[in-house]
Ligand binder design. Structure first.
Ligand code: XMP
Length: 319
C-alpha cells in the first residue's frame, strides 16, 4: 500500500527528529498498537529503543510468554520482561470501583516505568501506542458536553514529575490504519489481526473485587471461548471478543450434585474504531455449544450468559 509506505517513511523521519540521540523506552503490551509502535520505533532508532513488557498479572492465558518470545526471538528487540504482578494485584486487593481500578493501574504503570527508565542511562522518552480514538474519547462523548466516560490509563499525558517526554507515533491513526501499518512493517498477519486488548487488562473484565481465583477462572473461560470462535472460523469476522466473570455465584446442577459457582458473560462486538459497536449475532447453536464447553472445561463456572448490548448505550468492556 503506497499510502502506508509513505506514512511509514514520514513517521520514521518524525521519530528521528523528535528523539535525536536520546534513548527511548517503549511500553510494549503485546497488543497490536504497542507492537506496531515498537517495531516502527526500532526501525527508526534501532538500539536507542528499549521495550518494557509489564506483566501486571492481568494478562490472558500464556500471553506473557508468547509476547516475550515473539519480540525477543523474531524481532531481536531489546526487551525487559517486568513481572510486576504481585505489585499490581496487591494494590488492587479489595478494590471494586471501576475508576479506582483504572487509576491504580495507570498510576502503577507510571511508577513501574519510572523504575525501569531510571535503570536505562540516557532515557528521555517514553513511547506509547496511543490511537486517535483514545485521544478523543477521553475528552468528549457523542458530541455532548465534555465528559470522561472511562480514564484510559495510557492517555492524558504523563505527570511532569516522571521526567520523560512522550513519543506517540500512532496518535493520528485509527485501528484499521494501525493494522495496515503493521502489515507494511512486516508483522505476521496472525498478530496484526489480534483483537484489541485494553491496557487495564482482565481487571475491567472482572467487575467487583479482583481475586486470583477469579482471574484464573476468567483466563480459562476466555481461552475456551476464543478457541470456539477460531474453530468456527469467526475470529476475523469479529472485532473484539472476550469473557467477563461476573461477581455473583449461581446455583447449578452437575451429575448428582448441586454446584454454586460463578456466572460469566460472553462478549463479542463488531465495530470500526471502538467508538460505537454492535453485538455479534452468533447462532444459538454456537452459543449453546460454547456454554456447554465452558461449563464442562472450566472449574468454577456453572452459568454462561451472552451480552447483547450495543455501544451506545453500553460500552464494549464491562467497566
Ligand atoms: P469501551 O469499553 O470504552 O472500549 O467501549 C472501547 C475500546 O477501548 C478498549 N479499552 C481500552 N484500551 N486502555 C486501552 O488501551 C484502556 O484503558 C481501555 N479501556 C477500554 C476496549 O477494549 C475497546 O476495544
Amino acid at each position: 500500500d503506497w499510502t502506508m509506505g509513505a506514512y511509514r517513511e514520514e513517521a520514521i523521519r518524525k521519530i528521528q527528529q523528535q528523539v535525536g540521540d536520546a534513548k527511548v523506552i517503549c511500553a510494549l503490551s503485546g497488543g497490536v498498537d504497542s507492537s506496531v509502535a515498537a517495531v516502527l520505533l526500532h526501525e527508526a532508532i534501532g538500539d536507542q529503543l528499549t521495550c518494557v513488557f509489564v506483566d501486571h498479572g492481568l494478562l490472558r492465558m500464556n500471553e506473557a510468554t508468547e509476547v516475550v518470545t515473539m519480540f525477543r526471538e523474531h524481532y531481536n528487540l531489546p526487551l525487559i520482561h517486568a513481572d510486576e504482578s504481585e505489585l499490581f494485584l496487591g494494590k488492587l486487593d479489595g478494590v471494586s470501583d471501576p475508576e479506582t481500578k483504572r487509576k491504580i493501574i495507570g498510576g502503577l504503570f507510571i511508577d513501574v516505568f519510572q523504575k525501569y527508565a531510571d535503570g536505562i542511562e540516557g532515557a528521555e522518552f517514553l513511547a506509547q501506542g496511543t490511537l486517535y480514538p483514545d485521544v478523543i474519547e477521553s475528552v468528549s462523548f457523542s458530541g455532548g458536553p465534555s465528559v470522561t466516560i472511562k480514564s484510559h490509563h495510557n492517555v492524558g499525558g504523563l505527570p511532569e514529575k516522571m521526567g520523560l517526554k512522550l513519543v506517540e507515533p500512532l496518535r493520528e491513526l485509527f485501528k484499521d490504519e494501525v493494522r495496515a501499518l503493521g502489515h507494511e512493517l512486516g508483522l505476521p498477519a496472525s498478530f496484526i489481526g489480534r483483537h484489541p486488548f485494553p491496557g487495564p487488562g482482565l481487571a475491567i473484565r472482572c467487575p467487583g473485587e479482583i481475586t486470583r481465583e477469579k482471574l484464573e477462572i476468567l483466563r480459562k473461560a476466555d481461552a475456551v471461548y476464543i478457541d470456539q470462535i477460531r474453530k468456527h472460523g469467526l475470529y476475523d469476522e469479529i472485532w473484539q471478543a472476550f469473557v467477563a466473570i461476573l461477581p455473583v455465584r449461581t446455583v447449578g446442577v452437575m451429575g448428582d450434585g448441586r454446584t454454586y459457582d460463578f456466572a460469566c458473560a460472553l462478549r463479542a462486538v463488531n465495530s470500526v474504531d471502538g467508538m460505537t459497536a454492535d453485538y455479534y449475532p452468533f447462532t444459538h447453536e454456537f452459543l449453546g455449544e460454547t456454554a456447554t464447553r465452558i461449563i464442562n472445561e472450566v472449574k468454577g463456572i456453572n452459568r454462561v450468559t451472552y451480552d447483547v448490548t450495543s455501544k451506545p448505550p453500553g460500552t464494549i468492556e464491562w467497566e
